[in-house]
Ligand binder design. Structure first.
Ligand SMILES: [Zn+2]
Ligand SMILES: [Zn+2]
Length: 333
């Protein structure tokens, strides 16, 4: 229930911001923000407002069906220093009786202070290269956003991109479908990096078809009727198509829980994007090696699809892992 839904008998009286239920007790919450230690006046006014609101409720002066038992003043502070404002020194005697800072408020105050000294994991516009993602690691249990799995994967990659084993090990409690989905999203994002490099030397005149070895010409599935797009177009169209599917509201409306029928779509995305690796490997080897040394992307992808049975071994034609059989002769044709 938000402030305009709480009905008061008299207009313009002090409002609380919202009313909610905590441990089956009805609690009214008033929120304010304190920017510096000299904000006692503001806090005093806020407290008077709260007292008046409480008084109104007691005297049943408003028609609200919200009868709160507790009232919390939720104070946002900029930093720990601001949180040291003289809380006790505020005259807390109010008309409606004494408002005391109970433990709940004290705990909240501490938490705000903690929260503000915590690391903000954002790359703001204008972030310099050396500061990019330059924040400390966080345990999976501590990550509280709905993008925690992605955050966890990216953190592992940043920590050591060569440690594929660790990158592919899910934290406890993550559904396998979500785990596979988030990894595939990440692969597609990173494959865009390879695509950008390819643009410099993979031209439609030389690579007029999407091939790896001479065995197959891959048809681009991004069109109504699949067609023979030049390799670089195939690459772009396929990554676009993958991004569309993975962001589709129809198949992947949530990143926390994914339907089995949607998870089943991941295999064909893997097969298609893998061709980008194989084209780069067989036709732009120097470029492929450069990118691979910086990212271990093809190694990670190969391990990933093998681990989760997303592609058959026969289709994994880039001999990037030691235990993969190198294909002899076939590619020389
Ligand atoms: Zn090419
Ligand atoms: Zn195409």
């Amino acid at each position: 229930m938000t402030e305009n839904e709480i009905e008061y008998h008299l207009d313009g009286g002090p409002l609380v911001d919202y009313v909610c239920e905590i441990h089956s007790k009805v609690v009214a919450v008033s929120v304010t923000r304190v920017m510096n230690k000299n904000a006692k006046g503001l806090l005093k006014r806020k407290l008077d407002g709260i007292a008046a609101a409480t008084e109104k409720q007691k005297q049943k002066l408003h028609k609200s069906n919200a009868k709160w038992e507790r009232l919390i003043l939720h104070v946002w502070v900029q930093n720990e220093e601001t949180a040291k404002i003289g809380w006790g020194g505020l005259g807390l005697k109010c008309n409606g009786g004494e408002i005391s800072f109970n433990r709940q408020i004290a705990a909240m105050k501490m938490k705000m202070a903690d929260g503000n000294s915590a690391v903000l994991r954002r790359n703001r516009p204008g972030t310099k290269a050396e500061d990019w993602c330059n924040w400390s690691d966080e345990a999976f249990e501590e990550m509280d956003s709905t993008l925690a799995v992605q955050q966890f994967i990216q953190q592992a990659i940043r920590k050591d991109f060569t440690n594929i084993e660790e990158i592919l090990t899910p934290p406890e409690g993550v559904e396998e479908g979500v785990w596979k989905y988030e990894h595939l999203r990440q692969f597609c994002m990173e494959l865009n990096g390879l695509c950008v490099k390819l643009q410099t030397e993979c031209h439609p005149e030389q690579c007029s078809q999407m091939t790896a070895t001479e065995q197959w010409i891959f048809l681009c599935a991004a069109h109504k009727t699949p067609k023979e797009c030049p390799a670089i177009d195939y690459t772009r169209h396929t990554l676009d198509g993958a991004a569309c599917l993975l962001n589709s509201n129809k198949y992947f409306p949530s990143r926390v829980c994914i339907k089995e029928s949607s998870v089943n779509k991941l295999g064909s995305v893997c097969r298609r994007v893998y061709r980008i690796f194989s084209h780069a490997y067989f036709h732009h080897r120097t470029l492929f090696d450069e990118y691979e040394n910086e990212t271990y992307l093809c190694r990670r992808f190969t391990k990933f699809v093998t681990k989760y049975n997303l592609m058959s071994k026969d289709n994994l034609i880039v001999p990037i892992l030691e235990d993969q059989n190198a294909i002899d002769g076939e590619s020389e044709a």
